[in-house]
Design a protein around this ligand. Structure first.
Ligand code: GCU
Length: 667
């Protein structure tokens, strides 16, 4: 079958290993499912589809195994543990059957997908013993999709949500979307953009949303909505949207009741307030906590939660935007309702190719902090550049905040183990769209996959996930897989090399794609490139030490110690924290200028290396997927050179030095 990428990592290619196939067939006489629930129904259907394709057998469903052997048994146990235990699963051979046991239907579904993953990789079932529980409770995608079918920062076509057709026509694609997410353990999705339209609170849209929720529910996924904070005024016709105004509170309480009548398992709200021009409680002299707690009060009779974003900064040319979220949110610690989770972007600025971890992590011990990663490649070359993001996610999760001594990693903040948060959350801004292959760039599917796998278990390694994904999605051939995994693992550093080396950030304006490091005009200085890199005749970089903005003071002393001395700061972070003179000798032995030239050149050159790795895997790849990626790598190569030259020609006007001759040999 020709592969158009639609099936993602759920391809269920026929098992080719004969011995393994014989073993699988031993457990394929029946699937026993005593439950009548919708979610175990989905698990059953998936297992039947998977086995049919993997081993060519239509396996019948029965209700109880009794004394029969040679099948797969779903075993639902009474719920005893916490929410993690309830979502977990065990898989093991028990007296001649493979038993998937769990304390919830969701656990059965997750266990089923784990078994199918195992079988897709042609692993033996003998001695199989998998026991797994999620480390984080709310594992969500955030879609930045609009009512008109566009997606903010989407690069894979339009929205998959067909608002004009809903609720009457329900696109079958919603179910495939749900399957893909459930296969990773994702259990929530926010359907619409954080820059939210108030229309999503209208009766008309609630009905449309309910139709989608009906599909997602079958796969254990709850539906959430982003809200426009001023909806009581713009939609409800009230005089304002002050969170302490009883009329406003009553409006939200009624609205929430209306939603739950239509969507009984509604997940809750995601809110971007007083950020980038969006309305919020500060418009009425109230705090983020006042705003969040008002929505929490409206949700009180139900299970839903409020996810309140911490992505805030002001248009102040003298301020360091790096410090804004900490300054606004840390003083509110302890004031949020228990239903509120504050969602924090991984870094203090905005999803840059490399950022230090946000100083909020660890500094709000009384408020559950959720992680917001961006899967869509807003700052990572859209769908044109191959950038595998698991190393970026891991780098942040493994960063040590030192708030309770050594080992207080960001992962331990967000999984609740450091401060004992009961509600824990991780969200990824989705990279999916209406393109047939979902993500535009075929390799970008791996970023959706990696996010989901890490949301379930942040201890998995980037390499392990890449190897797994490649095997499930592209090829089972070991040699070719190794080439692809190697290329994926280096891809982010390569991108950083030609794009933002040495801790540079935000050389883009406008659409966040083209190099514009010279951009300095504009009403908002913090929306210009020169604000971030601070190039001048003396040097380059943003001084965030005591001689500069002192943003470093937001971290613990041990973290400060890693970054406050330009001679000791690891080079990947150097220009995040220091304004460094062009001729300063760096740890590498080169001057700043020479090091920049070196990195920009080797980054751009390494795209050719990526092309070679891809070429080496060619024979084991589907021809369409091969050609698609090969074409995109050519674009990436051309654009990497464009980035390199844009930076160098611009920075040369300050450094007044040539590119080292060794980098530009005559042809
Ligand atoms: C970035 C992005 C915006 C988005 C914002 C946010 O700035 O460019 O499109 O709305 O982040 O996360 O709220």
């Amino acid at each position: 079958e020709d592969d158009d990428g639609y099936r993602l990592w759920l391809r269920y290619e026929p098992v080719t290993n004969a011995a393994i196939k014989v073993e699988y067939l031993k457990y394929a006489s029946f699937i026993a499912n005593t439950e009548k629930g919708e979610i175990t129904g989905s698990a059953l259907k998936e297992l039947q589809t998977g086995l049919k394709q993997l081993i060519g057998k239509r396996v019948p469903a029965i209700t109880t195994a009794g004394s029969r052997t040679g099948g797969v048994v779903f075993s639902l146990k009474p719920a005893t543990g916490d929410s993690a235990a309830k979502e977990g699963y065990q898989i093991q051979p028990v007296s001649g059957n493979i038993v998937i046991s769990a304390q919830s239907e969701r656990g059965i579904l997750y266990g089923t997908f784990a078994l199918l993953r195992h079988m897709q990789m042609q692993q033996p079932l003998k001695n199989l013993r998998i026991s797994s529980t999620p480390k984080i409770r709310y594992r969500m995608l955030n879609h930045w999709d609009n009512t008109d079918g566009t997606i903010e920062r989407g690069y894979a076509g339009g929205s998959i949500w067909k608002w004009y057709e809903l609720p009457e026509r329900v696109d079958p694609r919603y179910e495939d979307y749900a399957r893909a997410n459930a296969s990773l353990g994702i259990n929530g999705t926010v359907l619409n953009n954080v820059n939210a339209s108030a229309r999503f609170m209208s009766q008309e849209y609630i009905g449309k949303v309910a139709a989608i929720a009906n599909v997602l529910r079958k796969y254990g996924i709850k539906t959430y909505l982003s809200v426009y904070f001023a909806a009581p005024k713009t939609l409800g016709g009230l005089a304002g949207s002050d969170p302490l105004d009883p009329n406003v509170r009553a409006w939200w309480a009624d609205k929430v009741a209306e939603i739950y009548k239509t969507i009984p398992d509604f997940g809750g709200f995601l809110v971007k307030a007083n950020s980038e021009g969006e309305p919020g409680p500060q418009d009425y002299g109230r705090t983020h906590a006042d705003g969040a707690n008002m929505l929490a009060a409206a949700l009180k009779p139900y299970d839903g939660i409020v996810v309140w974003r911490a992505f805030v900064y002001k248009a102040d040319p003298d301020a360091d935007r790096f410090k804004a979220a900490y300054e606004e949110f840390v003083p509110l610690d302890g004031q949020f309702d228990p239903k509120v989770i504050v969602q924090v972007k991984n870094g203090p600025i905005d999803f840059q190719p490399r950022e230090p971890f946000s100083p909020l992590f660890g500094n709000m011990p009384k408020t559950p902090l959720g992680m917001e990663f961006q899967i869509t490649q807003e700052y990572l070359g859209f769908a044109a550049h191959a950038v595998y993001e698991a190393p970026l996610f891991k780098e942040c999760l493994e960063s040590d905040t030192w708030v309770n001594g050594q080992g207080s990693t960001v992962a331990k903040v967000i999984d609740g183990s450091l401060h004992g948060y009961e509600r824990t959350l991780i969200a990824g801004v989705a990279n999916t769209g209406s393109d047939r292959n979902w993500t535009g760039h075929p390799l970008a599917q791996a970023n959706w996959y990696a996010f989901g796998r890490l949301a379930w278990d942040h201890q998995l390694s980037a390499e392990q996930i890449a190897a797994e994904w490649t095997q499930l999605t592209l090829t089972r051939q070991i040699k070719s897989r190794e080439h692809i995994v190697k290329m994926m693992l280096r891809s982010r550093e390569i991108y950083i090399g030609y794009n933002t080396p040495l801790g540079l950030s935000r050389p883009w304006m406008g659409v966040h794609f083209a190099p514009e490091p010279w951009q300095s005009r504009g009403a908002r200085p913090d929306w210009t490139a020169t604000y971030y890199h601070r190039a001048d005749s003396a040097g380059l970089g943003f001084d965030r030490t005591t001689s500069g903005s002192n943003a470093l003071s937001q971290y613990r002393p041990q973290v400060q110690a890693q970054w406050n001395d330009p001679d000791k700061t690891p080079l990947p972070y150097l220009l995040w924290f220091h304004h460094v003179s062009w001729n300063k000798k760096l740890g590498s032995g080169r001057t700043l200028w020479d090091e920049l030239c070196h990195r920009l050149y080797s980054g751009a050159d390494s795209v050719s290396w990526m092309q070679q790795q891809w070429e080496l895997a060619r024979n084991d790849l589907d021809t369409r997927v091969y050609a698609d990626v090969a074409g995109r790598l050519k674009v990436q190569r051309r654009e990497a050179i464009w980035w390199r030259d844009a930076w160098l020609l611009y920075l040369q006007t300050f450094s007044r030095q040539p590119v080292p001759a060794s980098l530009t040999p005559p042809d």
